[in-house]
Design a protein around this ligand. Structure first.
Ligand SMILES: *Cc1c(COP(=O)(O)O)cnc(C)c1O
Length: 366
């Protein structure tokens, strides 16, 4: 059985470091805002190349706190993609703002910059591209559009792309704010929930730090409305231990993803593509099928797990379709019917990949 995401092999490789890091926290006992929190924030900011890193309780909380720091109000409009995990739009609606869904590119699944410009109105307060499956969107084109329309802040939902490069920069450092997630199955995961916000703007960073602890500027002085959004010390310790192997893992992710690309291309199976000027960390490796149900059933019969990210675009979800545009997002809808993700990770062996590709290719032809 090939696991869809293999966290056990990683744990075996890092066991002494992880256990030592956890033990140290148990011994000093500062479970909330202990020294590992600041240590991790420094390490991650240096890695990403941004001035500030603020760790938070999850990727969702990173997005929510970011929008709160930007002062998003009821009635504001935020342009985003419907082809993403629900959290991207959820935080917009939670603040009483309106998600404006625009369509995606057919080959990457990322938000299509050409659709963004047409959706801008005087109420647009932010643009939220998602670095889908681990690959950043066209961030320079999006930055140009944002600049031309009065410097609309861009918030990158980088929950799937920590470690990816865009031109010379790292994902999370490509716009006003970058948000990532340390959910266990993400490219850099902890052993529970966790996330982080990155920014080069001192005022936004300060706002995020305060909002993370109930809008507190000093102990029991609440300057603004905030949330309980801290990442706990134990989870920070786990991420710190995992950083020892992270560069190697990123290299492996690129190699495993490229090997899949060659294998699926040779087998004539369509897939999500990567642009030449950026990398994907392949949070998911995703192919495009016309008979997805049959392929999934055939692979399941061979103990090969698959998943669909995502089967229903957000503008078709019961809780979100009131925000759908009149013209809809036909490319996102078509992709949602065709995408299928296969096992992916730094420890996936070439022989395992061959087995998976052969099974997909056979099921596609049947
Ligand atoms: C995982 C994910 C999130 C949410 O992260 P959590 O840590 O699970 O809250 C948000 N956006 C995208 C695109 C994700 O993949």
């Amino acid at each position: 059985m090939i696991p869809f995401i293999d966290l056990k092999t990683q744990y075996q490789a890092l066991k002494p470091a992880i256990e030592e890091r956890i033990k140290r926290v148990l011994e000093h006992g500062q479970y909330i805002m202990g020294p590992e929190v600041a240590e991790l924030e420094e390490r991650l900011a240096a890695y990403v190349g941004s001035r500030h890193c603020i760790t938070v309780a999850s990727g969702t909380e990173a997005l929510l706190i970011s929008l709160m720091a930007l002062g998003i109000q009821p009635g504001d409009e935020i342009i985003t993609t419907p082809f993403t995990f629900v959290a991207t739009a959820e935080v917009i609606v939670l603040l009483g703002a309106k998600p404006v869904f625009v369509d995606v590119e057919p080959d990457t699944g990322n938000i299509d910059p050409r659709c963004i410009e047409a959706a801008i109105t005087p109420k647009t307060r932010a643009i939220m591209p998602v670095s889908l499956y681990g690959q950043p969107a066209d961030m320079d084109e999006i930055a140009d559009i944002a600049r031309r329309h009065g410097d609309i802040p861009v918030v990158e939902d980088a929950a799937q792309s920590f470690g990816a490069m865009y031109k010379e920069r790292r994902s999370c450092n490509l716009s006003a704010i970058g948000c990532t997630s340390f959910f266990p199955s993400k490219p850099l995961g902890c052993y529970g929930d966790g996330g982080a916000i990155f920014t080069n703007d001192d005022a936004i960073a300060q706002a995020c730090r305060e909002i993370r602890v109930h809008g507190q500027s000093k102990r029991y002085i609440h300057t603004r409305v905030g949330v309980g959004g801290r990442m706990d010390t134990l989870q920070c310790a786990v991420v710190l231990a995992k950083l020892d192997r992270f560069e190697w893992e990123i290299g492996q992710r690129l190699a495993v993803g490229e090997r899949y690309n060659r294998m699926f291309d040779n087998a004539g199976v369509a897939r999500i593509v990567q642009r030449d000027d950026r990398s994907s960390v392949f949070a998911q490796y995703t192919v495009l099928l016309d008979n997805r149900e049959q392929v999934q059933a055939a692979l399941a019969a061979q103990q090969l797990p698959t998943a669909v990210h995502y089967p229903v675009p957000l503008d078709h979800q019961p809780a979100y379709r009131i925000h759908a545009s009149a013209e809809g997002c036909p490319t996102a809808l078509r992709l949602s019917q065709r995408v299928m993700s296969v096992p992916m990770g730094p420890d996936l062996a070439p022989e395992q990949q061959e087995r998976i590709v052969a099974a997909v290719a056979a099921a596609v032809r049947s």
